[in-house]
Design a protein around this ligand. Structure first.
Ligand code: AMP
Length: 342
């Protein structure tokens, strides 16, 4: 429970019913998505293809169709990995898989996903009519940690947590969901897993140095997301990727900017315990949920209203605009990868 800066109490709406019952999913090759779904408007573009709203012809149910174009055999293995992982992740904070179609002649796979209507979290909070407060940041962060806690209990790492992968369930509530398990991996703590991917600003030092990753790798990204959400500033951003990687490796950051003046010490302590170079020393998702900063957000009585401070989203707006440009560049690179040049 929380309250906004105008004194209106903000309650985290109860979890709605799952979008659909648990489904046993097998990859369907005998039919293509258009046989059973009407494709509607464009929702977004990922690294390997676009996402469209769609309507199931038999039930009238609205869902999202994520298309992935397969150029190399490895890409097919990656999508199969994403599907396998999604099958084992049934949780209200994680996007749910509804069906999968594969069209070998078109070299395309289509994942039918639960539709998430509220758009990207960061796009929503920079809207001029939206009032962002620290309490809301707590609510969002605790939900990210809930989803991550479940994934980690299932021994799965997300490995690509970033603002674009946090969507709002609706345009007026505060429920969020984690999406995009395209880079997720099953994790066996007794074995060494190394990865060479992720989005520069959000990757942990062990990814940059190609060392062993673990649960803490996702928690680093939570720390970065939280830092950006509260201040609009990116803690390790350099003038180019090389400089960013250098800054991440040093794991040095501060709260010196005036954007942090009104941010609570608990929030800073929370971030301090995540942006730690040694991944074994970072808080786990479960420890995050027990941290005083997040505990407060689920406390039965809201804080006195006078303590609510509005977060100035001027910097965050700049951050989102820069990310939009980055996404546009990535989309062009993705088209180039498919052989479509401009
Ligand atoms: P992805 O390829 O999964 O990263 O998705 C690319 C973009 O499409 C996301 O950043 C969202 O803006 C949008 N998107 C993906 N999945 C959904 C969904 N299930 N419902 C609504 N929008 C989505």
């Amino acid at each position: 429970m929380s309250s906004d800066a105008m004194g209106r109490r903000i309650e985290l709406e109860p979890d709605c019913e799952p979008a659909f019952e648990y489904r046993q999913i097998t990859i369907r090759k005998e039919k293509w998505v258009t046989d059973e779904f009407e494709l509607l408007e464009f929702l977004g573009r990922g690294k390997f293809g676009e996402v469209k709203r769609c309507k199931e012809k038999s039930s009238g149910r609205f869902l999202a169709a994520k298309f992935v174009s397969i150029v190399k055999e490895q890409e097919k293995k990656d999508v199969y990995n994403e599907i396998e992982i999604m099958k084992s992740l049934q949780h209200p904070r994680l996007i749910q898989l509804y069906d999968v179609y594969e069209n070998p002649s078109k070299k395309q796979i289509c994942l039918i996903l639960e539709l998430i209507n509220g758009g990207e979290l960061f796009e929503r909070v920079i809207d001029e009519n939206f009032i962002l407060t620290e309490r809301l940041c707590e609510l969002y962060t605790s939900q990210i940690c809930e989803g991550l806690n479940f994934m980690h209990k299932m021994n799965i790492l997300h490995l690509d947590l970033k603002p674009e992968n946090i969507l709002c369930l609706s345009k007026d509530g505060h429920r969020i969901k984690i999406i995009d398990f395209g880079l997720a991996r099953r994790f066996n703590p007794t074995q060494t897993l190394k990865v060479l991917f992720g989005t520069p600003e959000f990757v942990a030092p062990e990814v940059v140095s190609y060392d062993k990753v673990g649960y803490g790798t996702d928690l680093w990204s939570v720390g970065v997301i939280c830092y950006v959400l509260l201040s609009g500033l990116s803690p390790f951003m350099g003038d180019n990727d090389g400089e960013t990687y250098n800054n991440i490796t040093k794991a040095e950051f501060d709260f010196d900017d005036e954007s942090f003046d009104d941010i609570s010490d608990e929030a800073k302590d929370f971030i301090n315990k995540l942006l730690v170079k040694d991944l074994s020393k970072r808080m786990t998702a479960s420890q995050c949920l027990d941290h005083p900063w997040l505990k407060k957000s689920i406390a039965p009585t809201p804080e006195p209203l006078a303590k609510e401070k509005i977060i100035n989203t001027k910097n965050l707006r700049r951050f989102v605009i820069r990310r939009r440009w980055q996404k546009a560049v990535n989309a062009l690179l993705a088209l180039k990868r498919l052989g479509l040049n401009f």
